[in-house]
Write a protein that binds this ligand. Structure first.
Ligand code: TYM
Length: 324
């Protein structure tokens, strides 16, 4: 069977980019293959060094996923750090990984450009990610567009390892994109925690309406015709609306006479309705922290069973004896 795996960093509150780019696929796929989803808490250390925030974010991501429909009876859900075999494999991969491969990583270069002072962990981030994917010998990785290069690096490392050690231990995993793989943020750039342009999935009330009403638009006047194709409000509205609603809004844009404020209110209504059920579910999960912990505990146990087998194969192939 196809083994499907993906992860999310607990580096802040989950947002619409995470949902439409990745989480929606994760939930939909749990009815198809053998799914493993995890919270990449070790990855979050490359940019977040506040322990209290990490704990809170990790708990939030777990609640969010369960509220959005992750079913622990169908998908294995765990914390990366509960599967320490991942780090051991990452070390081994780092020794078959050329510096140049990582130096070409766009997401690393982006962070440098933004003035982030890089640590070694940020540089070798894709190696740890390859270990996440390959420790479970996964075939398919559903992600957003910004992660595609990381999956390509993973394929590279899997292939290199297999060739250097002359074994077929690792499959070469494929990425999977949703129809919407690059969701724009409130400023029109890619929605990202690190750009401060996100709309949080579980925001509500004043904070949510403030964010939505603050989406950047062009300076067309109320009576002017507007171009739906270039409007962030319209792009976001399209994620939620039915095809008919989408066409109706597009017609009103082109006709003129409708302001962006009205379009934003329509978007706000869509967001509120769309996540209504998940919001209720989340509130009830918050009251049951024991359940959430138990899900992660059971998930880690299952993931570790597979991880241990992979690591034994790898150790045997690379000239190590079985551990006592
Ligand atoms: P992270 O935590 O940044 O994002 C989680 C998922 O959300 C997707 N995403 C988006 N998709 C579309 N439009 C956007 N604006 C947008 N913003 C985020 C991301 O592509 C991702 O799928 N490196 C990963 C976490 C990770 C991982 C892994 C993923 C660690 N190990 C192994 C897959 C397999 C990351 O930082 O995602």
């Amino acid at each position: 069977p196809t083994r499907i795996l993906s992860g999310v960093q607990p580096s802040g509150k989950l947002h619409l980019g995470n949902y439409f780019g990745a989480i929606r696929q994760h939930i939909a796929l749990q009815n198809t293959g053998e799914c493993f989803y995890f919270i990449a808490d070790y990855h979050s250390m490359t940019t977040l060094q506040d322990p209290t925030a990490r704990l809170a974010n990790t708990r939030d991501v777990a609640l969010d996923y369960l509220a959005l429909g992750l079913d622990p009876n169908k998908a294995t859900f765990y914390r990366q750090s509960d599967v320490p075999e991942v780090c051991e494999l990452a070390w081994i991969f780092s020794t078959v990984c050329n510096m140049g491969l990582l130096e070409r990583a766009v997401s690393y270069k982006d962070k440098l450009d933004k003035g982030l002072e890089p640590n070694v962990g940020l540089f070798s981030y894709p190696v740890l990610m390859a270990a996440d994917i390959l420790i479970l010998r996964s075939h398919l990785v559903p992600v957003g567009k910004d992660q595609v290069q990381h999956i390509e690096i993973t394929r590279d490392l899997a292939d290199r390892f297999n060739r250097v050690y002359n074994r077929e231990i690792f499959p070469l995993p494929e990425y999977r994109l949703d129809a919407e793989s690059r969701i724009p943020g409130t400023d029109g750039e890619k929605m990202s925690k690190s750009y401060g342009n996100t709309i949080e999935i579980f925001a509500e009330g004043k904070p949510l309406s403030k964010t939505v009403m603050g989406i950047v638009t062009d300076s067309a006047k109320l009576e002017d015709p507007k171009n739906p194709e270039t409007c962030t409000v319209f792009a976001l509205y399209s994620l939620f609306a039915t095809p008919l609603e989408r066409e109706q809004l597009a017609d009103r844009y082109r006709a003129g006479g409708m302001g962006y404020g009205e379009a934003k209110k329509a978007l706000l209504g869509q967001i509120e309705a769309y996540f209504e059920e998940a919001r209720e579910k989340r509130k009830s999960l918050v009251r049951d922290p024991g359940y959430v912990e138990e899900v992660l505990r059971v998930g880690a146990k299952k993931a570790r069973e597979v991880a241990k087998v992979t690591l034994e194969l790898v150790r045997e192939a690379t000239g190590f004896i079985a551990r006592p």
